[in-house]
Design a protein around this ligand. Structure first.
Ligand code: GLN
Ligand code: ZN
Length: 749
């Protein structure tokens, strides 16, 4: 067969719909407002629009199978019949079984949701054990290939590769202790062989197998598994040409393995790992393969430097069999279309590219490469705004700006000032967001409510929340965050150097989308942000009210960040703005300030060798934000959404007076980690799992607190939920907080 060249392509595309059509449709289906046929129509239209758009844009190779009703990892498990018993036993239709695995049903817990590498996308973790028999029972990639072909578009089905699939899976509860999912490799690869054969029968010239797990550190055994899998797949008799894609970093030792494997093409991420360019000419195995050079950033929103990309591509030309150009990874992580944004500053727009614009960049690059690069500009569209004041302050910073008085001294002064009981009770910040609160925010946005009317409603809500906390008997109160739609977006809207989009939605998990702000220039704080709300709350009560801020690392993690300077430099600018905010909170009489860093673990690099550098700046920016606080000001931090084993020293390094941390689900395990490093400051391990609608009993909370007391002395132990309460309802939150206070009193006694 004569295989067409890949030429220009993208590794994947958004699927939620340019106007979140898929989100609306699946949510309507879940609510019983849309039937399965109507849902299928929405999905088919979205797929058709995507293929037509990508083909019309001029890509030589259009990716297929990029659609998903919820998650592509779950799709893969379903395709190979690896859905746990508990979901099949529900006796539902295939689509409902799929959604049951994603969301749980009738008391059956869903698959675990976790981060897709170092992105903010979450996938569902397959559960496997020795009894898992893979079978090719699904036909999604084949059916979608045919569907596209009927529209006149030949696609390159994109599949999660077998090795990464197994590395992302976990052993089910039924598995013996020595089992790892990778034990199932041969069995699974046999089914991939069947799938490749079916795709070849359908007429697919190419298939893409994604192996991003190899951008992280891997063992020899895992590299051997990669070699074995692709030798077997490559030797399959009836199959499309195979492109193996590795992205999110340097493929390290996996690159030579793939270069020597009997596959036709390898895709590398030259945006995250530009140094890979130097290794490519040394890999003789690539001389008769296609190298797909990921030169356009698939994860960030900046326009590509096409001239730079072109010269990189040109240096590779002689070293590989054929050269194709692409995005660095799937475009799943960026919004659909910049042209849909009407309110962005044109000077910022000139520097941006969303999915659609990135496709055009790849096409242009492909054309220029064929024509010797004569007609390409280096137009990256202008430069970021510079704030000389911020730059001057950063130049003056010394170690003293990141250092507070010793903890013992702070603790003593704070004890006198705050006079809190042992096992002090508090919450993490947000209270349930009521319909009224949402309505007021929407009213302010669309102009039906003026600033004064809005402020009045927020104050009424704050007063209600303060009175409730007093009545429940909590020791440290919060204002409840009614004014915040989102803990990052809120600060983005009040800081210079940030822009917000109207339609820049990106899938986070399932039907859940986020609209990350864009940090496009130097960051500064034109005026105080939270001081009015916090000091109003404090004016209502004699109990201490905690000020509530989002930390620099989390603000960066959940934004699109300028890429013309190191993340560390941007983090410092954000930190300075927060430092000023803390000073203003102190001046307004606030004695406790919490700086949330739930994303501290999330940005941890995939490769161990890069971690120290990251943790240095991450911790440094938190300390820059908080170390200006007076000795008498109690600084809290809050961490959640992850396992903390890898960052336990960094948590210590934050030097917060009080660290509240997710712990209820893992039954206080994190405390052992903290004790093992001699963590000596106060800690509030969450005793109420806010991710579950169940209200804990007093005995359960007492048990958790007694377990915690084994690791932490009473005067350093705080009592609080696992996370903010904004996604819960008052029907659960009120009894849960009463239980928490009662349990604290019992253990104190
Ligand atoms: N203060 C925030 C809240 O309570 C913290 C949220 C979080 O950790 N994700 O909502
Ligand atoms: Zn949290």
């Amino acid at each position: 067969m004569n295989t067409p060249a890949i030429g220009s392509t993208v590794l994947g595309y958004p699927r939620i719909g340019p106007r979140r059509e898929l989100k609306r449709a699946v949510e309507a289906y879940w609510a019983g407002r849309l039937d399965a046929d109507a849902l299928a129509v929405v999905a088919r239209d979205l797929r058709a629009d995507t293929w037509r758009e990508l083909a019309a844009a001029g890509l030589d190779s259009v990716p297929g199978n990029t659609f998903s009703f919820y998650d592509h990892v779950l799709d893969t498990a379903v395709l190979f019949d690896a859905v746990p018993r508990r979901f099949r036993d529900l006796g539902l239709s295939p689509v409902d079984t799929y959604f049951a695995a994603a969301r749980g049903r009738d008391g059956v817990p869903p698959l675990e949701l976790t981060k897709w590498f170092d992105t903010n996308y979450h996938y569902l973790v397959p559960e496997l054990d020795p009894s898992t028999r893979f079978a090719l029972t699904g036909d999604k990639p084949i059916a979608e290939f045919r569907e596209a072909l009927d529209l006149g578009v030949t696609t390159r089905p994109v599949l999660l590769g077998p090795v990464t699939f197994l590395l992302l899976a976990k052993a089910s509860a039924a598995a013996p202790a020595d089992f790892t999912p990778l034990d199932l490799l041969d069995r699974l690869v046999d089914r991939y062989v069947d799938l490749l054969s079916a795709l070849a029968d359908a007429g697919a010239p190419w298939v893409q197998l994604d192996e991003p797990a190899f951008a992280a550190d891997r063992t020899e055994a895992e590299l051997a598994a990669l070699r074995r899998a692709y030798t077997r797949l490559g030797e399959a008799t009836a199959r499309p040409a195979i492109l193996v894609a590795g992205y999110f970093g340097d493929l390290g030792d996996a690159l030579p393995v793939l270069a020597d494997a009997p596959v036709e093409a390898v895709a590398v991420d030259l945006v995250t790992a530009p140094a890979s360019v130097n290794r490519i000419p040394t890999l003789l195995g690539l001389r008769d393969k296609t190298l797909v050079a990921g030169l356009v950033d698939g994860r960030n929103v900046w326009r590509a430097d096409l001239r730079g990309a072109l010269s990189t591509a040109a240096t590779l030309l002689g070293s590989v069999g054929e050269l194709a150009v692409s995005t660095s990874c799937s475009l799943l992580h960026v919004p659909y279309d910049l042209d849909a944004e009407t309110d962005l500053d044109p000077a910022v727009v000139a520097r941006l590219a969303f999915a659609r614009q990135k496709v055009a960049e790849v096409v242009l690059l492909g054309t220029a490469l064929r024509r010797d690069g004569t007609e390409i500009g280096s137009a990256t569209g202008g430069t970021p705004s510079v704030d000389a004041g911020v730059r001057a302050r950063i130049a003056e910073l010394g170690p003293e700006h990141r250092t507070r008085a010793p903890y013992a001294e702070r603790a003593a002064v704070q004890r006198t000032r705050l006079a809190l009981p042992p096992l002090a009770t508090t919450t993490i910040g947000s209270f349930p967001q009521t319909g009224e609160v949402r309505k007021a925010r929407a009213g302010l946005r669309d102009g039906t409510l003026d600033e004064a009317g809005y402020a009045e409603r927020m104050r009424a809500e704050i007063e209600r929340v303060v009175r409730l906390q007093e009545e429940i008997g909590l020791d440290v109160l919060v204002h409840g965050e009614p004014e915040r739609n989102d803990m990052v977006q809120y600060f983005a809207e009040h800081l210079d150097g940030f822009a917000s989009t109207n339609l820049g939605w990106v899938q986070s998990y399932g039907s859940r989308c986020v609209r990350p702000p864009i940090i496009h220039g130097d960051v500064s704080r034109p005026e105080p942000i939270t001081v009015g709300w916090s000091s109003y709350a404090q004016s209502l009560t004699g109990k201490p009210v905690k000020g509530m801020l989002t930390g620099p690392v989390t603000i960066l993690a959940w934004s699109f960040v300028r890429d013309d300077q190191p993340l560390a430099a941007t983090a410092e600018q954000v930190a300075l703005a927060l430092r000023d905010e803390i000073r203003d909170l102190e001046e307004a009489g606030i004695g406790i300030v919490q700086v949330d860093e739930p994303a501290l673990r999330e940005l941890l690099p995939l490769r161990a060798e890069q971690r120290e550098d990251y943790l240095d700046w991450a911790v440094g920016s938190f300390r820059l934000a908080t170390a200006g606080a007076a000795t008498a000001t109690q600084v809290h931090t809050h961490l959640c959404y992850s396992e903390f084993g890898d960052v336990i020293d960094a948590i210590d390094g934050l030097d917060a007076d009080v660290t509240t941390i997710e712990a209820a689900r893992s039954r206080m395990e994190v405390l052992d980690d903290l004790r093992s490093i001699g963590f000596g400051r106060a800690v509030g391990p969450g005793v109420y799992d806010i991710h579950s609608p169940t209200v804990p009993t007093e005995d359960e909370v007492v048990d958790l607190l007694r377990a915690a007391l084994d690791a932490v002395p009473g005067e350093l132990l705080w009592v609080n939920p696992d996370c903010g309460l904004k996604t819960r309802g008052y029907a659960e939150v009120e009894p849960a907080l009463r239980t928490l206070v009662a349990a604290a009193h019992r253990v104190r006694g």
